[in-house]
Design a protein around this ligand. Structure first.
Ligand code: SF4
Length: 248
């Protein structure tokens, strides 16, 4: 009889636990792993949507993609690479002519300066080759961690997790991070996946952000991540964020 009396309270306590346990068990590491697994099924072919034939072209195209769509960049780069097929020709470009070619990508004067500076550095410091180390890449004009990681992961198949607007937005909506700073987001996500998956994970988040999880109109009803996404079905507050569940 004594045993039966002790057993009842244990059942009562455990019956009240599930809601609290679910919240306490949210694990960004496990969530990232599951998101990566599902995205790999949804987007089996990992593609960089900036047209390029080599490291020099991808580096140039990525510099041009700042504040510009990949579609627009892809309309500009064919003429750019015919006129300047390598770092040596770009380093010696006439700035006015270069600006005319890239004008439609926006911020064309600073982009022209960065492109020429990047090319001059490649010629003078790296023998005309694009370096693979992030510490070298970020010393080039117009190249930050995002651009450097694009080149590392896409061209050299080295660990690199570019965090652009899509990667940042989806990571926050999916609960992978609460951080806003792209570099901090990158370093946090790096903890959750093996280096060999960083680049493909970033590219798949970008594809999902473009096709399903739009900044203003996320299509949660057709999203394969909806059942594990803390933002599913919630209203969009601003252009890139959604109301956190706890504020509802
Ligand atoms: S469920 Fe909605 S908010 Fe979450 S990832 Fe999918 S589209 Fe984005």
């Amino acid at each position: 009889m004594a045993v039966k009396k002790q057993a009842a309270p244990k059942k009562a306590v455990s019956a009240k636990k599930p809601a609290l346990t679910k919240k306490a068990k949210f694990d960004a590491h496990a969530q990232t792993t599951e998101v990566a697994r599902r995205l790999a099924i949804g987007y089996p072919e990992v593609i960089c949507e900036l047209d390029h034939k080599n490291a020099y072209e991808l580096l140039s195209a990525t510099i041009l993609s700042a504040q510009c769509t990949d579609v627009r960049v892809n309309m500009v780069t064919p003429a750019l690479f015919v006129r300047y097929p390598d770092p040596w020709s770009l380093a010696a470009a006439d700035p006015a002519e270069l600006e005319t070619i890239i004008r439609s990508t926006g911020f064309y004067q600073s982009k022209a300066r960065n492109l020429m500076g990047m090319a001059q550095n490649l010629v003078e410091r790296f023998g005309g080759e694009v370096p693979s180390e992030l510490s070298d890449l970020v010393t080039l004009p117009g190249v930050g961690r995002k651009t450097g990681n694009v080149v590392r992961s896409v061209i050299f198949d080295l660990p690199g997790l570019p965090v652009d607007t899509h990667v940042g937005r989806l990571s926050r909506r999916l609960g992978l991070t609460k951080l806003e700073d792209p570099v901090k987001v990158e370093l946090e996500l790096n903890n959750y996946l093996p280096g060999s998956e960083w680049g493909s994970f970033s590219l798949r988040l970008i594809l999902h952000g473009r096709r399903v999880c739009d900044a203003r109109k996320p299509q949660c009803t057709i999203c394969e991540l909806a059942d594990i996404c803390p933002s599913a079905g919630l209203p969009v507050i601003g252009p890139t964020t959604k109301r956190p569940a706890k504020e509802k």
